[in-house]
Write a protein that binds this ligand. Structure first.
Ligand code: IPM
Ligand code: MG
Length: 363
């Protein structure tokens, strides 16, 4: 793709967020130099970092900077000071939820691929991981996360409400993805118990007529959680609600050896948001030991969405090579781990060393 300029709003967030995002920026800059693109970065506060500075987990100027960007790159949100205080009325996570809602990011896409060289590090037996390659479409702006909340001295409730259009628009994306992949789609819900899940089934079933080639299956979340462990290769495209998607994607993410490898993109409006699936990992904050690859792979998704296919392939190859060389952080390499910044530098170096030809990138 000919040289272009992209405005990227950077939300480093909390915990290890700043460390992993810095490495992703390093890699993005290297891609920019190599392919003659200009990436303009604007830093803004979110989460606990924003509460400390302004009292607000999503200050107005953060939201404005996100709305006017070509893409948003986020690190992580969360701080134990708030996790351990159930009475806190202002919470870091509120910043992220409001941002998703305000940007209209109703679909969170979480691809789960397993690098061959990491298979032996999985908690599962290697043969179970044969052929695992799935993508989870998690609804992101509705359901129990956003329903009305009530609290009295002795009770509390969170409403799980879904409207048909909210289900339809994410299911449409998932069906389209299924058409590009193996033409199978699995809806995960709890339709034997929940009215809202029965609506998901009704809406998805009605949409089958528009996608006659797609074979749709239905699984209850409890069963799906078990199937994810005993036979994860059966899944290809999954579509599910906000809460079930949150849980099942964390489960799926460790199949490949570490939660530190899973990227995501959130889509729905013009501006998209890219973030690793992992959290803020406060125990590791400031130690330069966190795995930056989930954030770097989130940048890969960003490049692909920008139409920068060759650039995305180049980045992906560099990550694969890093993995192959066992140039990894301590979550994946116990004997000779690299630091977070060393992994970032390594990926950037590999990108620099790969030459360009008229036919694409060669080693
Ligand atoms: C995620 C996170 C968030 C969520 C938190 C930080 C609010 O767990 O993106 O998966 O629950 O959506
Ligand atoms: Mg989560």
């Amino acid at each position: 793709m000919a040289g272009s300029t992209k405005q990227i709003t950077i939300l480093m967030g909390d915990g290890i967020g700043p460390e992993v995002v810095k490495q992703a920026i390093r890699v993005l800059k290297r891609i920019g130099e190599k392919y003659n693109h200009t990436f303009v970065f604007t830093d803004r506060l979110i989460g606990a970092a924003a509460i400390d500075a302004t009292g607000d987990p999503l200050p107005d100027d953060t939201l404005e900077a996100c709305k006017s960007a070509d893409a948003v790159l986020l690190g992580a949100i969360g701080d134990p000071r708030f996790d351990n205080n159930p009475n806190a009325t202002v919470r870091p996570e509120q910043g992220l939820l409001k941002l998703r809602k305000e940007l209209g990011l109703y679909a969170n896409i979480r691809p789960v691929k397993i690098f061959d060289h990491l298979r032996h590090l999985s908690v599962l037996k290697e043969h179970v991981l044969e052929g695992v390659d799935m993508v989870i479409y998690r609804e992101l702006t509705g359901g129990i996360y956003f329903g009305e909340k009530e609290k009295t001295a002795t009770s509390a409730s969170d409403l799980c409400i879904y409207h048909d259009y909210e289900i339809e628009r994410i299911a449409k994306l998932a069906f389209e993805e299924a058409m590009r992949r193996k033409k199978t789609l699995c809806l995960i819900d709890k339709a034997n118990v929940l009215e809202s899940s029965r609506l998901w089934r009704t809406v998805v079933r009605a949409m089958c007529a528009d996608y006659p080639e797609v074979e749709v299956s239905y699984l209850f979340i409890d069963n799906a959680a078990m199937q994810m462990i005993i036979n994860p290769a059966q899944f290809d495209v999954i579509v599910t609600s906000n809460m079930f998607g949150d849980i099942i994607s964390d489960e799926a993410s460790v199949l490949g050896g570490s939660l530190g490898m899973l990227p995501s993109s959130s889509v729905g409006s013009e501006v998209r948001l890219y973030e690793p699936v992992h959290g803020s990992y406060p125990q590791a904050a400031g130690k330069d030991i966190a795995n930056p690859l989930a954030t770097i792979l989130s940048v890969e998704m960003m490049l692909r969405d920008f139409g920068m296919t060759e650039e995305a392939d180049d980045l992906m190859n560099a990550v694969a090579q890093c993995v192959e060389n066992q140039q990894l952080t301590q979550d994946l390499e116990k004997v000779n781990p690299l630091s977070c910044s060393q992994v970032g530098m390594q990926v950037a170096d590999i990108i620099l060393k790969r030459k360009m030809t008229n036919y694409g990138v060669i080693i």
